[in-house]
Ligand binder design. Structure first.
Ligand SMILES: Nc1nc2c(c(=O)[nH]1)N[C@H]1C(S)=C(S)[C@@H](COP(=O)(O)O)O[C@H]1N2
Ligand SMILES: [Mo]
Length: 354
């Protein structure tokens, strides 16, 4: 893994580790933490469901297992800071990790539907958002507080949002949120709150630092240390994105045909409809072979073959989604003070030696 920080632990795999596998193994799954990873005892752990509900609930893991229908969802998690390194090349972003293109991964998550738990609690008509609060306390928040976030009720009641205890057929690993995490498919990773403790129905979005202040697209000249709720655009659905996974650009390649592969992800209820590759800086494009989505909530891998001749070649990849939208061309146009949502065209320089 490429470790950006040890405490809190933040790491992503090298590109090659994500190539070929549409389901990501635990060993290659990025880790994004805002505080120390808590150790929770699954036997005594309880989930509180409250706020604007008719019947507040307190549920053990066993009760969640026994009282609700179990379900599996294949979903990609993508950090809003994925590909931030590309924005840092445009202009410095002090105090943030320089994530490459691998702060994203896909798993089969098992658990129960948030919608079913909310139905049991009975949402009151005024409930417009559901907030998640976790057990880990982040010193990065002002003031220090447990990690949290919220999603609108419409998303919370969609069948794809899970309270998950399983990942790829095994118990959820501690670093990924055991005993229980939210999985909000198609939304930025930050909304998939790990080490879940409380779910609260609210009339407004959560006032938690990571919902109200952090994870906003601030205006370019704003000071992120002075950001207040509403100063920026609060992030929800993932922006259409793609990157190249192999080759990784690290080692020179021989002349001749080389297969280029990567991922593309459209977020929320869109899918990737086309993936173009250029080796002449976007003057001409070839269409890559694009996988059908394995689920509406998962990335799609793609591949094509290009011809290398001695010298340097910049490979550019760009995705179109099912609404006809195209990724933006340049990271300069997207630069923002916290370095979120870099979804500009993917570019990788390859060196070819005879
Ligand atoms: N409790 C808690 N949940 C959290 C976080 C966190 O720091 N604490 N990080 C979030 C962010 S920003 C992302 S991108 C995903 C990362 O999930 P992973 O570490 O399982 O890959 O978890 C989210 N959930
Ligand atoms: Mo994230």
């Amino acid at each position: 893994m490429i470790v950006h920080s040890r405490e809190p632990y933040n790491a992503e795999p090298p590109r090659q580790a994500l190539a070929d596998n549409t389901i990501t193994s635990f060993e290659s799954f990025y880790s994004r933490n805002h505080g120390p990873v808590p150790e929770l005892d699954a036997d005594t752990w309880q989930l509180e469901v409250g706020g604007l509900v008719e019947r507040p609930l307190i549920l053990s893991l066993r009760e969640l297992h026994d009282r609700f229908e179990q379900c599996d969802v294949t979903a990609t998690l993508q950090c809003a800071g994925n590909r931030r390194a590309g924005l840092m090349e445009v202009r410095d972003i002090p105090g943030e990790n320089p994530w490459g293109p691998c702060a994203t991964a896909t798993a089969v998550w098992s658990g129960v539907r948030l919608a079913d738990v909310l139905a049991e609690a009975g949402l009151l008509p005024e409930a417009a958002h559901t907030a998640f609060a976790a057990a880990d306390v982040s010193q990065a928040a002002e003031p220090p507080q447990p990690f949290g976030g919220s999603i609108p009720v419409a998303k919370a009641l969609s069948g794809e949002v899970l309270l998950a205890w399983g990942m790829n057929g095994r118990p959820l690993p501690r670093v990924h949120g055991a005993p229980l995490r939210a999985v909000v498919p198609g939304w930025i990773g930050a909304r998939s709150v790990k080490w879940l403790r409380q779910i609260t129905a609210l009339s407004e979005p959560s006032a938690n630092y990571f919902q109200a202040v952090d994870y906003q697209i601030l205006p370019a000249e704003a000071d992120p240390h002075r950001a207040r709720p509403g100063d920026g655009i609060s992030l929800g659905p993932v922006a259409l994105n793609c990157d190249i996974l192999r080759p990784d650009g690290a080692t020179p390649l021989p002349p001749g045909p080389v297969e280029v592969t990567g991922y593309a992800f459209a977020g929320d209820d869109r899918i990737v409809a086309r993936l173009d590759v250029s080796v002449d800086d976007g003057r001409t494009w070839i269409q890559a072979e694009l996988d059908e989505p394995q689920s509406p909530w998962a990335w799609q891998h793609w591949r094509t073959t290009i011809e290398l001749s001695p010298g340097e070649t910049v490979v550019t990849a760009r995705a179109w989604d099912s609404t006809g939208a195209l990724q933006p061309e340049s990271p300069a146009a997207l630069w923002n003070p916290k370095g979120y949502d870099n979804n500009s065209w993917a570019r990788l320089r390859l060196t070819c030696r005879p």
